[in-house]
Design a protein around this ligand. Structure first.
Ligand SMILES: [Zn+2]
Length: 260
């Protein structure tokens, strides 16, 4: 299994990062993509790819951090993106749910990162929340110049999912789908996502699956829980988990060009 979204640089993993990675391996996670959410975290994520085997990273600035974007940020990201282990630009995109940065700041940083990905011929790791229309409008002109793109932690409507698939995007699904309160719409659309566009992720330490049993004492999510998420997604799609694992692993290899 390949976890396409794990925030391994999080302070929540500071005390036992080696154990977290070891537990993930034991649980069948054969590769991971470490999320970079700003310049500092992206630099740290790249550093971790040199410490842990079969880990790769993204380099980018999250929409929440877009207010800190400067012309120097693009230059620094360009340097970082060419270091060993970095395989995608992101996490980048739009989040109009909380607007920690203004929509204008978010759109500027997003567009600049799409341009950088096109320049470097790298796939993009995308975040979109409550911003579907502007998100696709800004992304669409770049798609022919990008080798690929995934909307990570997809939580939109079925129509939005279909529009993303029609634009050639991959769809990243997290343990959000295991939430019996807010994950139902996502659960119902699962069978309609083409298998060859599906990727799975924990987004750890966030989004601990709510239906784990026994429930871990800590509220912290870990990449080892990817096996549970995979099993539930396969169940709700009416597929064998083993088969879906093979397909989603191939999708990750194809999109990110990684060997694991
Ligand atoms: Zn995100």
């Amino acid at each position: 299994m390949f976890d396409i979204g794990i925030n391994l640089t999080s302070p929540q993993f500071a005390k036992d990062r080696d154990d977290v990675v070891a537990r993930a391996r034991e649980a069948g996670v054969s590769g991971m993509l470490l999320t970079g959410t700003n310049l500092h975290e992206s630099t740290e994520a790249q550093r971790l790819t040199q410490r842990y085997a079969r880990c790769w990273s993204t380099a980018g600035v999250h929409p929440h951090d877009s207010s800190h974007w400067t012309p120097q940020t693009a230059d620094a990201l360009r340097q970082l993106a060419q270091q060993p282990g970095v395989v995608a630009i992101g996490e980048c995109g739009l989040d109009f749910n909380r607007n920690f940065s203004t929509p204008q700041e978010q759109e500027y940083a997003f567009s600049a990162q799409l341009a950088l990905a096109a320049e470097l011929n790298m796939p993009v790791f995308l975040h979109c929340r409550d911003a579907h229309v502007r998100f696709l409008a800004l992304l669409e002109p770049w798609l022919s110049q990008l080798p690929g793109a995934v909307v990570h932690c997809f939580t939109g409507s079925r129509e939005e999912m279909q529009a993303c698939v029609d634009h050639g995007l991959y769809i990243g699904i997290t343990g959000w789908v295991c939430d019996e309160r807010r994950g139902m719409e996502l659960r119902e659309m699962l069978p309609h996502i083409p298998a060859e566009r599906l990727l799975i992720e924990t987004d750890a330490p966030y989004l601990l699956p709510r239906d784990l049993s026994p429930k871990p004492a800590s509220r912290r999510n870990e990449p080892m829980h990817l096996a549970h998420i995979m099993e539930r997604i396969a169940h709700w799609r009416g597929e064998e988990a083993q088969w879906l694992e093979t397909v989603t692993d191939d999708n990750a290899r194809k999109l990110f060009g990684v060997a694991f």
